[in-house]
Write a protein that binds this ligand. Structure first.
Ligand SMILES: [Mg+2]
Length: 204
């Protein structure tokens, strides 16, 4: 997937709209196994990024992603803020200088590793990592955006039967089983929105 600074403003608007549309659902998922604030937190984070989108899009691509990460950390809060923030900041740091990136697979691998360290989590812990790992694997395979989006959705769905091992949901033990993880769900929504953009604008 090819990412350019010129895409950022539209991508930010799409992500914000997607989170806004599904905020209630994300809150309901979080109510089942957490404190119910994930939808509101994500809305606040994406609103803050959206408010800065013009300044962000004017930055070189690596600095723009780092800035998005910082704004997300400052505004999402909860457990998800540092995880999404780390993802975007490390993705920015892992990108080559310039306004375009042709290969996102390697930078994303590095960013995901940083998220795993930050959350002290791994595969199967019922977190957004359970979406990020398979999405990164699809990027390595150079799968078309539609396939990556489908993979993200099914990966989020697959967190339902998992028992949470990190975060507030882990306090529920086996009672966390049967509920999709809200962080995995928001991650899949954002991935699908981004893939939809690439499908439309850069058919491969
Ligand atoms: Mg919460």
């Amino acid at each position: 997937m090819h990412l350019a600074a010129a895409d950022l403003s539209a991508l930010i608007a799409l992500c914000r709209a997607e989170i806004d549309r599904h905020g209630e659902h994300l809150g309901a998922l979080d109510s089942a196994i957490g404190d119910g604030d994930h939808g509101a937190n994500m809305r606040r984070g994406l609103e803050a990024v959206f408010a800065e989108r013009d300044a962000i899009a004017a930055l070189p691509l690596p600095a723009a992603l780092e800035r998005i990460g910082l704004v997300l950390v400052m505004n999402i809060g909860g457990a998800a803020g540092p995880l999404y923030g780390t993802l975007l900041m490390e993705l920015g740091r892992a990108l080559p200088d310039g306004d375009e990136a042709d290969d996102l697979a390697a930078p994303l691998e590095r960013a995901i590793a940083a998220v795993a360290r930050r959350g002290r989590s791994g595969p199967g812990d019922k977190t957004l990592l359970d979406v990020l790992y398979p999405v990164q694997a699809e990027l390595v395979r150079r799968s078309p955006p539609g396939d990556i989006a489908a993979c993200a959705r099914s990966a989020a769905h697959s967190t339902g039967p998992m028992q949470a091992r990190r975060g507030r949901a882990s306090f529920l033990g086996a009672r966390s089983i049967g509920h999709e993880d809200p962080g995995a769900s928001s991650c899949a929504l954002l991935t699908a929105a981004i893939c939809g953009y690439f499908e439309e604008h850069r058919p491969s």
